[in-house]
Ligand binder design. Sequence first.
Ligand code: F6P
Length: 546
Amino acid sequence: MAVDQSKAWQKLDKLAKNGAADKHLKTWFEQDPNRAQRYAIELDELFLDYSKNRVDDEILSALFELATEQALPDWIDRLLSGEKVNDTEDRPALHSALRAGSDSPIKGFAASVQSDVKSQFSKMAAIVNKVRSGHWRGYSGKPITDVVNIGVGGSDLGPLMVTQALQTQTSPINLHFISSIDGTQTSNLLKSLNQETTLFVLASKSFTTIDTLSNAETAKDWLEERVPSIKTIMAQHFIGVSTKPYMMTTWGIPPENQLLFWDWVGGRYSLWSSIGFPIALKVGMEGFYEMLEGASLMDQHFAQAPMEQNIPVVMGLIDVWHINFLGIQAKAVLPYDARLRYLPSYLEQLVMESNGKSVNRQGEPVSYKTCPILWGEVGPNAQHAFYQLLHQGTQAVMSDFIAPVERDDFDRYSDTHRSESLRYQHRLALANCFAQSRVLMLGDAAIPENLKSSFDSPFKHYAGNQPSNTLLLKSISAKTLGMLVALYEHKTFVESVIWEINPFDQWGVELGKLIAKDTYQAMLDSGQAGRFDGSTVQLLNRVKLS
Ligand code: F6P
């Protein structure tokens, strides 16, 4: 039976239609002053306030019933023990096995891969330490100063997001990221680098992604301008990270410079694997393991906490309620710290490439909504960009506000005046974070009495009732980042179980890649353009190369 025919789904549908869909958040807070304390969960250095969501006990109870009907606990167990939950590719999705600590309750296939995982990490550690200590030398004998990660999607966004988030941690290595196929990043970056002291990481799970391979070829050409032999280039200026060792060898990367991971690690779930090599270069293996520990802590919480106290479960089910019963189809991710500027981009891939599906596990079209449109921006900046729509637009939007309570990096300045002014800015960011979610929730009810007259205009009406979560991290650290990312991985999985879709494949991206190859050929040979539609022909004629 499809999920939207189930008893719990019908109950939720009735709750929505019998008033819950129209009830305003301010009413729920008026009727239940202790709401905020009840709708909050703390886990180590992470705190979730989910009270500004359009739910109450009756709705939450029906959502937990829905999760039970969908056998969510069994699915969680299957995921974490390494069963083949990625059924269209006949694979497990065992990103959790990469971060399993000694006290993690792992079993089955997840337990069987531990020795492989550990041996790759020790190989990665040896290279990381050699590079960070200056013992990895370039062709002219100088230590490496700059490392360029060449990858895209899951082979870029995870390491990029984490290393940017940890930017206040000093590192002996300058890290750079090239992802885009158009050559802009490559061209700009190579102008500023020196072949003698630059090491490239060619990161690609499939080792077939044209974006990455074309950037890598350009990097190789750049090295060849000064490095005497291709053998030297490959031995001293390229590291490969992939599931395809033979393809890396064929490309020229020697086995000793290859870091491996496995098909049972999805690209967008791979920052915990050798793909996280740049993270380890940034914070050392110690920091990398701290990140794994944070994720492992969230894994154990996800596996063991009762649903009502389970952060990924609660957040996932509430979004299902908003999407499938309140018709909210947009989700904003709003970090109130510029170090998290790439978190929205990372989550765009994690969430929309996982759950942007319209066919269920049996291959049948679903009759209900699945993944929302997810986007985001550093919150304070977004307040000067799209908050007008959030406050006075016609779209219902659910939001996740994310902020660090402490900024321990601001205390480092000897100039106490500078530290104080920076601490003031951090407090301003927090005040804005809390204020914005309050106004989104209350609308006009948030207007202070003494200002009511100046807002007495139809152009200054705030409808409010926009739901949100607020996630507070003690501080931004490798550990809290591990917790946060694992939280969203598991939340995404919870939603996929309710929607009966496979979050671990991505067939939707294949056709575009294939058509692009044909289109490129037609660009070179206009005789081939005839088989395209009129618009494509017209556009091709504008860039005629032949
Ligand atoms: O977008 C499609 C995709 O396959 C992503 O899932 C993946 O993260 C990205 O391209 C890069 O793939 P690869 O790591 O194999 O180069």
